[in-house]
Design a protein around this ligand. Structure first.
Ligand SMILES: Nc1nc2c(ncn2[C@@H]2O[C@H](COP(=O)(O)OP(=O)(O)OP(=O)(O)O)[C@@H](O)[C@H]2O)c(=O)[nH]1
Length: 306
């Protein structure tokens, strides 16, 4: 048995929760830290609905990242579920890391997160992201006002996009993880259920393709996943829209939009899975999906009461 299996020896393993306002760059950072495409990056806000967990390995440490949905002021039920899920992930973690879009600075959303950390007496690291597009002076002023809050252990200045400063952050986090056996095999980088991850990929392509045309009332579910003898995978997914008049938008003229989305998603899935993928997409209208507990379960969220 190796040290890793027995729990003796030098290994470390722990959970890190990345919290931040929507669009701060959590998914981009996670991809950099892990070095593989795991969380989904899109330029739209509120896209990370589920907690995608990814693992980074640094020397003897295994760092399990809980990528949280953007923490913002919830108004609708789905939003409340997202925010609750985000805080649930954060409160169980060994280390909380707050990521801030340094261009935007301390917005009302960021202020709300800091207030919650203060209330729960949780210390955190803070990351000032997007330094590639920011002047040094404003960065230093921001760092100064954050250090005055008294709950941050370290302030990191990084660019999740270019990777600047990311290695240093990973090394620090690795050293902070508690001693203990690794919880996941070395080659298992993504532990988000594959079906959910595959649905995220399609949702990402839909968002990119539809641009501003559709509101957020759209969800994708993987209905079936069949591994075939020839090594390929057959994946069937349903795109749920909440209104009948959204269906033709998703389908596009002569089905062109959904066809293109399917092609792009299939390419990504083939790359992620390392095998041929047959992807079948269906569009269904489900008016009440935003109020249906089952849809929330599929997204890995608890259905909020009230
Ligand atoms: N210039 C610059 N852009 C960045 C950087 N990090 C992220 N972005 C961009 O900011 C946008 C949001 O990044 P995401 O990683 O999706 O943000 P997120 O916090 O995961 O967002 P949610 O999924 O809404 O929670 C994307 O367009 C990224 O390309 C950075 O360091 N520099």
């Amino acid at each position: 048995m190796t040290d890793q299996q027995t729990g003796e020896g030098p290994t470390r393993c722990g959970y890190v929760a990345l919290v931040g306002a929507p669009n701060a760059g959590k998914s981009t950072l996670l991809n950099q830290l892990v070095g593989a495409k795991i969380a989904i990056v899109t330029p739209k806000v509120q896209t990370t609905r589920t907690r995608v967990t990814a693992i980074a390995i640094e020397e003897d440490s295994q760092i399990i990242f809980v990528d949280t949905p953007g923490i913002f002021k919830p108004s609708r039920r789905l939003e409340k579920a997202m925010v609750d899920a985000a805080w649930g992930g954060a409160e169980d973690a060994d280390r909380i890391v707050l990521i801030i879009d340094a261009v935007k600075g301390i917005t009302a959303d960021v202020e709300r997160i800091i207030a919650r950390l203060e209330k729960n007496e949780r210390r955190a690291h803070v990351i000032l992201n997007k330094i590639d597009i920011l002047k040094r002076d404003s960065l230093l002023a921001l760092a100064q006002s954050l250090s005055e809050r008294g709950i941050f252990d370290e302030i990191y200045m990084i660019s999740a996009l270019t990777g600047d400063g990311v290695a240093n952050l990973r090394t620090t986090l690795a050293g902070e993880m508690p001693h203990g056996p690794w919880l996941y095999p070395e080659d298992q980088l993504a532990i988000a259920p594959m079906r959910q991850l595959a649905a995220e990929v399609t949702r990402e392509k839909l968002f990119m393709r539809l641009n501003q045309e559709l509101p957020y009332s759209l969800t994708v579910e993987t209905e079936s996943w069949e591994e075939r003898k020839d090594g390929s995978v057959r994946i069937q997914q349903v795109v749920f829209v909440s209104r009948a008049n959204h269906k033709p938008i998703v389908l596009g003229k002569g089905g062109q939009t959904i066809k293109k989305v399917g092609e792009l998603a299939r390419e990504d899935l083939e790359e992620m899975l390392g095998c041929r993928v047959h992807l079948f997409l269906f569009v269904k209208v489900r008016e009440k999906w935003l109020d249906d507990p089952e849809r929330y379960r599929e997204m890995g969220l608890d259905f909020p009461k009230g």
